[in-house]
Structures are given as C-alpha cells and as structure tokens.
Design a protein around this ligand. Structure first.
Ligand code: BG6
Length: 607
C-alpha cells in the first residue's frame, strides 16, 4: 500500500501535493517524493524517511509548477531508499510516474528493456512502468498508457506525466484505488478522499482500466478502447478527520476490513508468480529435521496455528518458542533446524535477539515480515513478506492474517517437496487457501451478529476462550486481542484442560467464547460447552461445524466452510471484531487509537 496524489491547476502544485501526502501518510511512510513539471522538464525531490524530511527538503528547494505528482511509499519491492522512492522517471526523463500496487511481471519487462539498452536505476517494480511508457511513447500519451497498461500484470494505481503533454495529467488503475477530485482551481488524482478533501468534496471513483485525462479545467474518461465514458461524480459528506480512516472510527476497524485484499495480495505473491514464490521454491526443505518458530505477541500465536498445519502436512516436528524466552533457554537448534521468525515490524527486540541466537548456532533462518528492509528481514537467510501494507493500529489484525496465509502456503510447499502430498492434493489445498479472500469478504459484509453480541459483553470482568487443536491456537489470539484493547481479563484454554482447575473460575454469567472448526473434535468441544453452561456460563460458540441449537445461554455464530487447517483465518476475523466492538462500546478510545508506528520505536529501545 502506498499513497499517491497528483494536481493540475492554477495554483502552485507543491504545497497542495505535500498537504495531500500528509493525509495519505497512513498508507505508507518509509519514503516519499514529489515531481513537478516546468518548461525545462521535471523537478524531482524524493528521499527515504518520514514525510517531514521531504517537506523540509522541498521547502529549501525552489521547486514550483502547476502540475505535479507525489507519493508516500510502503516498500514492497526494493528496500526504502532515496533511489527506490517515487516518482520514477524513464531514462530519457520524458515520463514521470507514481505507482501504488505490485507489478508481478516486472522482472520479465525489465529484462526485455535492458536487452534494448535501457538502464534501470532502482530495484523497484514501479520503475518498469516509467521505462516502458517512455519506450512505447510515440507522441500520443493515451495510446502510450493503453499499451503500457496492457503489458502490466498485477495491480496498479498510476499517476503519469509526460513532457510532450505539459497540459495533461493522466491516471489509470487496476485493483488499487484511485479517485479524481474536481475543484475550482484545478483537478486531482489521489489514492483516497482525504488527500483532496481540503479542496473539494466532488470526486469520481475510477473503475479498473478506466483512464482519466485531467487538464486545468476539466477531466475526461476513456476505456481501454479509447472510447469516451460518462461518469457521475459523488459528493463526499465525511469530515476530513473521519475520511482519513476511510470513514471508519478507528484504524483497527479499517485494517480488519482490509483483510480480503491483504489475503489476496499475500496469497498471490506466495502461491502465484510473486517474489515470495521464488523464495519458497529456492528453499531446500529436505535438509531440515526440525522447524522452530519464534515470535512475540500475535506473531507467536500465528506460529502456534502454523505448527499444527506444518505438522499435519509435513510430518516434521515443529516447536513454537516465545522470542523473549528463546535465547535464555540454551535452545537446541543447529544447521539441520529451520528457524522461522515471524514479526510484523521486523524490529521487535526479542525477535531480533532470537534470530541472532539461532544464526549463531548455525540454524537456517527464514523470516515472515511485513516491513521491507527491517532488521529481521535483512539479517535472515530467507525472507517472505506479508503484503499487508502499513499497519497503523497497535493491535495487529491484517498482518496477522497475512502471516497465517504465508505459513499455510509454506507448509503446503514443504509437504509437496517432501512428497507427503500428491499434485492433486497440493492443488486442492491451494485452491482452499485461494478461497480465503472471498470468504473473508463475505464475513465482513454481514457481521452484525458479532457486533450485537459484543455490545452485551462490555460489563464482563473475565472472558475465557476455548478450542481444541488449531481452534485452541486461534483461541489464544482471540484472548490476546481482547486483553490488549478492552482491558478485560481473559484466558485461552485447550478445551480439555478446563477440568484441571480452571473450571472452578466459571460461574454464573462468566462468558466463554468457544471455537469449533475442527469437525472431528466437535463432540469434544461441545461437551466443554455443556460443562461450562451447566456451571452458569454463557457461551458464544463460533465455528463452521456446529450442530447445537442456540439457547438462552448459547449464542451461535456460523462461519463459512473451509478445510479446517485454514479455518483460523476466518474465525480470527470475528474474534478481532468481537474485541474491537467490546472495546469501542466500553469507550476505550485510547487503546484503539494507539498507533504502531510509535510502538516500533519503543520495541527497539525497551526490549
Ligand atoms: C506487540 C503488539 O507490541 O508486539 C502485537 O501489540 C504484536 O500486536 C507484537 O503481535 C509483536 O510485534 P511484531 O512487530 O514483532 O509482530
């Protein structure tokens, strides 16, 4: 996820673009840049680091112009650096672009262009767009954009300027958002409404493969056959503040809602033709006799889910260790051990220390990380990136889902390499995984039952989460999420463990959240549900194989059917929403608005 903005009009584009970038910073903040067109060509200022650094640089320069594009980046290809920052130019400096998305066939395009003598300066997938557009350009910019878009595989939202067309700003998109804003003094392209709301509330939403040609005075739309299309503008009624969160009250809810897209991007990168796939293919799993997963917090819980899937599919012993404990336990790892480190930020001090300890002992390390160029990503032997985009809310949601997706795909790939599953079985498992984004989207379209139930739980003093097998692992995440944001005491238990003491804490109206997606264990978990109800508990029963009927003490919420190994990805969505709505209805704004950008810093300083 990145943020893009463009302006063409009667005013100086520079302050307008900088202001728009500030409002898009939640979409990416590892680097930023701006390009404006003037009589001599493009003036480009871009650099690694937070937007405030760019602002300072631009203020010191004399950059000025009536048309420009800007970008705030969250790296997905090529680490954050000045060179990899956008905008990107073709090597003849004739075309400048900003891009949000992932170009899957960028390697092929790059190789082709390099063979023709074109020199690339960055490691990004985005530069190929500028180079290709310049290569194709024969005087007609619309034709150039159509040819370029036709050659691209993947997702993109693009802002394009071409020196031959000094009075046109061009936009096109596929699978990533782009809006066109229309104001008195000029016209805009932007990734999201907040970037333009200070100037106009009249916007057009661009559909996939629609082209917008903006001039100072108007905007025209075309399809890929160059036929003009008519679009109706929409009038935005949100305030600027709520618009920054896409209309959601908190970033946490916005990020929960982004999960179908994050799952899609992550699955594509690992099971399709992305960089993650190439890394997975290059790993020789046959030399490992054990896997150790180490992480903190929710990432540790993702590892717990992963362990069940790896062991079932690969029949390799897997241990999951808290990163904060790992280095103090004289861990048994050597060159026959694959150590997987999971971390959204890639900067959690304990996870870094665990990774270094594993390396010191000769283990092969593989990280599952969200932040490109982070310490863990850089220092491990292999790195898989979760395609979650920046996660602003401190309570992780979408990055956790992306971690699960990568663990599933890794387990399937290892099982295949070890000949534990046939080609057909591999195909079946991958298509189940590929169904996750649609099933997640379906759940997020009708979540009123979980929302209503959560409202009734705000007064709870203590909430228990139970499950068996993989459902127990995801119960741990449900419990952690709830404590973290609602400040309600909570515990997760394997259903069978309740009877060994904990059951005595269950009393009249204690809430127990039970999860049931492991069909073979349904009767077992149901018997735990009956036990706690008989002690007066009320139960929220979430699952996709539940046969019970709801009652005074029993609320049932159904999940879509899916292979039980991957069902945690669905149950966690309602567990996240449950925690969110309990916290929101308790009025716990503080917990919900803490932003992880600041936490990352804390994590490094205070291990
Ligand atoms: C905690 C966060 O501080 O760190 C959790 O609250 C997160 O949500 C944990 O899972 C680990 O962070 P990371 O960046 O290593 O995944």
């Amino acid at each position: 996820m990145c943020g893009i903005i463009g302006y063409i009009g009667n005013e100086n584009a520079v302050p307008i673009i900088l202001d728009g970038l500030k409002r898009l910073e939640y979409r990416g903040y590892d680097s930023s840049g701006i390009a404006v067109m003037n009589e001599d060509g493009f003036d480009v200022v871009k650099q690694k680091g937070r937007l405030s650094a760019l602002e300072e640089l631009v203020t010191r320069s004399s950059v000025k112009g009536f048309m420009g594009i800007g970008h705030t980046r969250w790296a997905t290809h090529g680490e954050p650096s000045d060179i990899n920052s956008h905008p990107h130019l073709g090597s003849q400096n004739k075309v400048a672009i900003v891009h949000n998305g992932i170009i899957e066939n960028y390697r092929q395009i790059k190789e082709r262009l390099e063979q023709k003598g074109i020199e690339f300066v960055s490691q990004t997938d985005s530069e190929v767009i500028a180079q290709l557009a310049e290569y194709y350009h024969a005087g007609d910019i619309v034709e150039t954009v159509i040819r370029t878009a036709n050659a691209l595989e993947g997702s993109y939202a693009l802002g394009i300027m071409c020196l031959d067309e000094p009075d046109k700003l061009i936009a096109i998109k596929k699978d990533n958002p782009l809006i066109i804003g229309v104001a008195e003094h000029g016209n805009f392209i932007a990734s999201d409404v907040p970037a333009v709301l200070a100037h106009t509330n009249k916007v057009y939403y661009l559909n996939d493969k629609e082209i917008a040609i903006l001039t100072k005075t108007g905007v025209e739309f075309y399809n890929m056959d160059r036929e003009p299309i008519h679009k109706e503008p929409e009038i935005i009624t949100w305030s600027l503040k709520s618009a920054e969160k896409g209309g959601y009250e908190h970033f946490m809810l916005k990020e929960i809602m982004e999960q179908p897209k994050v799952l899609k991007d992550t699955i594509q990168s690992a099971a399709g033709d992305g960089d993650n796939r190439r890394i997975i293919e290059s790993l020789d799993i046959s030399k490992f006799n054990r896997i150790v997963i180490t992480a903190c917090g929710s990432a540790y819980n993702a590892g717990m889910v992963g362990r069940y899937v790896f062991e079932r599919l690969c029949r390799i012993p897997v241990e999951v260790e808290l990163a904060s404990e790992f280095r103090y336990k004289d861990p048994i790892v050597d060159y026959n051990t694959l150590v997987i480190i999971i971390s959204q930020s890639g900067e959690t001090a304990d996870s870094i220390a665990a990774m270094r300890e594993a390396r010191r002992r000769g283990a092969v390390t593989l990280s599952i990380v969200n932040v490109i160029g982070s310490t863990i990503a850089k220092e491990t032997d292999y790195t898989l990136y979760t395609m979650a985009g920046p996660e602003i809310a401190v309570a992780t949601t979408k990055a956790f889902s992306a971690q699960l997706a990568l663990l599933y795909i890794l387990a399937v790939a290892f099982a295949k390499k070890l000949n534990r599953i046939s080609d057909e079985e591999e195909g079946r498992l991958l298509s189940e995984i590929a169904s996750l984004p649609d099933k997640a989207a379906e759940m997020l379209e009708k979540f009123d039952a979980i929302q209503k139930y959560a409202v009734t739980c705000v007064g709870c003093k203590s909430i228990f989460f139970i499950g068996r097998n993989i459902d127990y692992a995801i119960a741990m995440e449900g419990s952690l999420k709830l404590k973290e944001i609602s400040y309600i005491h909570s515990e997760a238990y394997a259903g069978g463990e309740l009877k060994h003491g904990t059951i005595s804490l269950i009393e009249e109206n204690t809430l127990v959240v039970a999860i049931s997606c492991c069909e073979g264990l349904y009767e077992k978990i149901y018997s735990n549900v009956e036990q706690v109800i008989s002690r007066g508990a009320k139960v929220l029963f979430i699952g996709n194989c539940i046969k019970a009927v709801p009652g005074e003490k029993l609320e049932i919420i159904e999940l879509p059917k899916i292979n039980e190994m991957f069902a945690s990805s669905l149950s966690v969505i309602y567990l996240q929403l449950f925690s969110y709505y309990v916290a929101a209805n308790k009025g716990l704004d503080i917990a919900l608005i803490i932003e992880s950008m600041h936490r990352t810093y804390e994590k490094q300083i205070f291990p």
